[in-house]
Design a protein around this ligand. Structure first.
Ligand code: AMP
Ligand code: MG
Length: 363
């Protein structure tokens, strides 16, 4: 068999033994981030492809790689970079005059925000409702208490977790036009949806510039625009959550977002136990309900990003039930004991690697 199979597979992942602040929009440390990259093998076939216009960007605490083919590619990528910067300036909890920082600093009071911020918050609320509160952007004080925003990790005292849980509940966010109000003491962050939103925005810019082939990789949040210039579909790898140098398989896609939430993206270990950055809003502690990686495949990056976080929180049984009830959603779920489930909509697109098997969720 040709080596081409392994080629040009873009790992929807950060190739690093991540233990700290990489791949996160909301941490201040930017030094530990490893570069997301493609599988390096290059075949003769692949090398026949025209050179894409390419941009490496560091934003949202993530190394991002944008590639586009076509005559307008350079201009499109310049515009894309500006757009990502604009979104970071709106969404970051660490930029004092960002929309989110202003909402948090003015809890209890109405804050006028940009339409992009409003849209992302509204989507997070919608997916919160859809997932029985598994996605809840008001968990931010807990994300911070566990040290995931600073890298200063700690297991908080029970009473502190309970106290913060008193200020969790996305249902209490009020949106009126472009005015957002959160209750006093509440704080939000868009870490669960920001890169999905950004990937949609970049895809739109590429399309508006007449680009029909491109790959947007926002640190493991991938959007594959059109097909590769040789007419074949993009191959997007899904990282093996237990060994981040490997993948469990890859998806062949076109015009799709492929977005993963994994327990390897940011975590710390204490007394042999691993604690990661996705918090279960019901317990205030890292969501530990059986899933260690949830990948969502769909037309829209924002939805996929919100859902990937939510399905991770839900855990194995609920996430499988959710997939059965929502035929429009495609997902690949990896459990703690390395069982891999995928929705039947991916049967033709998903190729497992490393001898791994996957059970399809029939609908
Ligand atoms: P993602 O990598 O898209 O799954 O997003 C993870 C990020 O979302 C974390 O770093 C937190 O900033 C934030 N977060 C953690 N738990 C939740 C949750 N249950 N709902 C919403 N946002 C969360
Ligand atoms: Mg997400």
């Amino acid at each position: 068999m040709k080596k081409a199979v392994a080629l040009s597979i873009v790992l929807g992942m950060v190739l690093c033994g991540c233990s700290a602040s990489q791949n996160n929009h909301d941490t201040s440390s930017k030094t530990e981030v490893s570069v997301q990259s493609e599988v390096s093998e290059v075949s003769k076939e692949e090398s026949k492809l025209p050179e894409p216009e390419s941009r490496d960007i560091f934003a949202m605490d993530t190394y991002m790689v944008l590639k586009a083919y076509g005559s307008n590619a350079k201009k499109a990528l310049e515009e894309s970079e500006k757009e990502i910067q604009r979104l970071e300036n709106l969404f970051s909890v660490n930029i004092a005059d960002s929309d989110i920082a202003r909402i948090n600093a003015n809890s209890g009071n109405p804050v006028t925000v940009n339409v992009s911020t409003k849209t992302a918050i509204a989507k997070a609320i919608e997916i919160g409702d859809m997932t029985d509160g598994a996605l809840d952007i008001t968990v931010y004080p807990l994300v911070r208490e566990w040290g995931f925003t600073t890298g200063d990790y700690k297991i908080p005292d029970e009473w502190l977790i309970d106290w913060h849980l008193g200020n969790v509940g996305y249902q209490k966010i009020v949106i009126n036009g472009n005015i957002v109000t959160v209750p006093t003491e509440f704080e939000i962050d868009l870490g669960s949806v920001a890169k999905g939103y950004a990937s949609d925005a970049v895809a739109q810019i590429l399309v508006e510039n007449g680009i029909t082939s491109g790959l947007i990789n926002l640190g493991g949040n991938v959007y594959a625009l059109g097909r590769k210039p040789d007419g074949s579909k993009w191959k997007v790898g899904i990282e093996n959550p237990t060994d981040t140098s490997k993948m469990i398989g890859y998806l062949e896609v076109q015009n799709k977002a492929v977005i993963t939430s994994g327990n390897y993206e940011r975590f710390f270990e204490e007394d042999g136990k691993k604690y990661w950055h996705i918090i279960d809003p019901k317990t205030g502690s890292p969501a530990d309900n059986g899933i260690i990686s949830a990948t969502i495949v769909g037309d829209n990056g924002l939805d996929c990003d919100a859902l990937s976080t939510a399905l991770f929180v839900m855990g194995t049984d609920k996430a499988i039930e959710f997939c059965k009830a929502h035929k429009e959603i495609d997902a690949v779920l990896v459990t703690k004991d390395m069982k891999i489930y995928a929705t039947d909509g991916l049967e033709k697109n998903l190729t497992m690697t490393d001898g791994l098997k996957c059970e399809f969720i029939k609908r």
